[in-house]
Design a protein around this ligand. Structure first.
Ligand SMILES: Nc1nc2c(ncn2[C@@H]2O[C@H](COP(=O)(O)OP(=O)(O)OP(=O)(O)O)[C@@H](O)[C@H]2O)c(=O)[nH]1
Ligand SMILES: [Mg+2]
Length: 327
């Protein structure tokens, strides 16, 4: 009797739970999600963007199954695309940034260092890849990065050979920090942005997989209010397949129309693959008015390397001659 009662209540609970799960609202949410994705997939990006993505080596290669046990990495339709778009090459200038060194960290507005040279700052949601991008740009590893969000907890100032500064900011929209600390970060970032007269531009880093999120919108609105120029940079582009990356570019570019201080064209990069980095380097050098200096330094470097190569070849030839004479 007791057994039968337990069985009955168990069955009752089971059916109740089943009904509960059937009548749950997430089904509606799912439909919404699907339709958003469908809308995204319906975007037809212009061929010039696809060409740029392919030529810069951005975008995740699709894995194509070749046999039951092996997979071959290939960019699907690459040949077809090459056929329709022509040769996939975009000339890029081989530029290097000056040597980077850390010189100050600020947790409170009073510890922000005095203004000296032009500055560019990197801002974005936590864990989006700001610190990794600075490393890739300056071809260094001095900026600390982590796969856990919330690593950079102060404004870090890096000097690029006393010509300009690169600033690594703490991420916004990070949920696992005490509210007090979040408010403190917010104040710190806002003070720096509004007071700094040497700040030339803010690079707002956006994850190419997710696009512009609510936390980004709030930040961009603040930049517009404070009249600060900014450039959107889509990063982690190695994690999105080329057609979706092109669609993301289209969506982000359209959203930028509503901000008066935004550069019209978003840039696309991958810090991991070092793709699109040369374009961003050029943009930064132009912003801090150091492009000509960098060009001259690069020329000098090229000439130096050329001499070294010629000298070593020369000495190799001499050595060979000496050896053959001895023989
Ligand atoms: N695949 C890929 N991963 C990246 C790229 N850039 C950064 N990452 C990874 O993303 C994670 C976060 O990178 P960080 O540079 O520390 O990000 P952050 O924005 O400085 O993070 P916070 O300082 O916590 O705000 C690390 O695991 C990086 O290796 C990229 O271009 N491609
Ligand atoms: Mg960081």
């Amino acid at each position: 009797m007791f057994h039968a009662l337990i069985k009955k209540t168990f069955l009752n609970n089971l059916t109740k739970r089943n009904f509960a799960s059937i009548s749950k609202p997430p089904v509606k949410l799912n439909r919404q999600e699907i339709s958003n994705r469908q809308k995204f997939r319906q975007i037809n990006p212009p061929p010039s963007i696809l060409k740029e993505i392919e030529a810069l080596g951005l975008g995740k290669p699709r894995r194509v199954k070749t046999s039951r046990f092996a997979t071959k990495v290939a960019i699907v339709g690459r040949k077809k695309l090459e056929h329709t778009l022509g040769k996939l090459e975009i000339p890029q200038e081989e530029l290097e940034l000056p040597h980077l060194s850390f010189f100050a960290g600020a947790k409170i507005p009073s510890s922000i260092p005095p203004e000296r040279v032009p500055e560019v700052a990197f801002v974005g949601r936590s864990n989006v890849g700001k610190s990794s991008l600075i490393n890739a740009l300056a071809d260094t590893t001095i900026v600390r990065t982590s796969n856990k969000p919330g690593l950079t907890r102060q404004i870090n100032f890096y000097a690029a050979s006393r010509i300009f500064n690169m600033i690594d900011m703490p991420g916004y929209g990070f949920a696992y920090v005490k509210e007090e600390e979040l408010i403190q970060w917010g104040k710190l970032i806002e003070t720096y942005i509004t007071m700094r007269t040497t700040l030339k531009k803010i690079y707002v880093i956006i994850d190419a997989r997710h696009g512009i999120k609510l936390a980004d919108v709030n930040f961009l609105e603040m930049l517009d209010k404070k009249d600060v120029k900014f450039q959107i940079v889509l990063t982690k582009c190695d994690m999105v397949i080329p057609p979706d990356l092109a669609r993301r570019y289209v969506v982000v570019k359209k959203k930028l129309n509503q901000y008066k201080n935004a550069n019209e064209e978003p840039l696309m990069v991958s810090a991991r693959k070092k793709a699109g980095i040369l374009n961003l380097r050029k943009e930064i050098l132009q912003t801090v008015e150091a492009l000509e200096k960098a060009r001259q330094q690069n020329k000098a470097l090229l000439i130096d390397n050329g001499r070294k190569v010629r000298n070593s070849r020369h000495s190799n030839a001499k050595r060979k001659k000496r050896v053959s004479r001895k023989m």
